[in-house]
Design a protein around this ligand. Structure first.
Ligand SMILES: [Zn+2]
Ligand SMILES: [Zn+2]
Length: 260
């Protein structure tokens, strides 16, 4: 399996074709005029149809075609710079228009667009992967650099957020642990605030104030089959929480001489 980009990904696929929206004939994609401003990179009608359209206009309205051509030549001769600017502006405008219509099409046919995109990716997968991983021009190297550059900043931001939102941060950690242990349920900052108020800011076991330091505890430990729903949450002081560990709540209450 030491194939190069060219022969592994692309040569094994059949030559791509598409159907002309004018004549309805399926043709190789090379038979459609290139147009970088549309998503596929080519016009929807084939080269033959595009040429026919142009000739048909001259056929049907020769005097108009002639008039337009003469007018244009006269304008260009009178002010070459302005003519060039106008031509350029027109090109930009039509490009914008095409880009917008293509965007609208993508939105209206999102599934189709995704299918096209996926098909394109897999048709050119070897080349695209090689480009992505290229040490000189690839995105992989650039991304790795960005990650290293921002790692410290991201970590610092996380730290600050956790400090400003301790309950929310704990809730996230506990939800993750619950998922890992296969336990259902989740709770949020509001739930903890509500429980905190219900316990009047005191440890559920020893009634010491937990206003400066509180631990969030699963009444029936996750490890013993407890859920992660708010009903299974209580607030303990650090001492009680560490003493309780993963012991069953009734057992623990008995241990500290407090029968439930
Ligand atoms: Zn055609
Ligand atoms: Zn306590």
């Amino acid at each position: 399996m030491t194939a190069t980009a060219k022969d592994s990904g692309e040569a094994s696929c059949p030559r791509p074709t598409r159907t002309c929206t004018k004549c309805g004939i399926s043709r190789p994609v090379e038979d459609f005029p290139a147009d970088k401003s549309v998503l596929s990179g080519r016009r929807a009608s084939c080269k033959i149809c595009e040429r026919a359209r142009h000739l048909a206009y001259r056929e049907v309205k020769p005097e108009k075609a002639e008039l337009y051509a003469n007018n244009r030549r006269a304008r260009e001769a009178a002010d070459p710079a302005a003519a060039k600017a106008k031509w350029k502006a027109g090109r930009v405008a039509s490009k914008d228009k095409k880009r917008l219509s293509s965007k609208a099409w993508r939105k209206a046919n999102y599934e189709k667009f995704l299918a096209h995109k996926r098909a394109f990716y897999w048709r050119h997968v070897a080349r695209l992967r090689a480009e992505y991983n290229s040490p000189q021009t690839g995105k992989a190297a650039a991304r790795a650099q960005t990650y290293v550059r921002n790692r410290e900043i991201v970590a610092q931001q996380g730290k600050l957020w956790r400090k400003a939102n301790p309950f929310a941060a704990r809730a996230i950690v506990m939800r993750r642990r619950a998922r890992r242990l296969g336990a259902d349920g989740s709770f949020g900052r509001e739930d903890i605030e509500r429980i905190f108020k219900a316990q009047r800011g005191k440890c559920a076991y020893c009634a010491i104030s937990v206003k400066t330091k509180c631990h969030i505890d699963h009444i029936l430990p996750l490890a013993a089959g407890g859920s992660n729903f708010p009903a299974n949450i209580q607030i303990l002081c650090p001492t009680c929480n560490l003493r309780k560990g993963a012991v069953h709540p009734v057992e623990f209450a008995q241990k500290i001489g407090k029968l439930l």
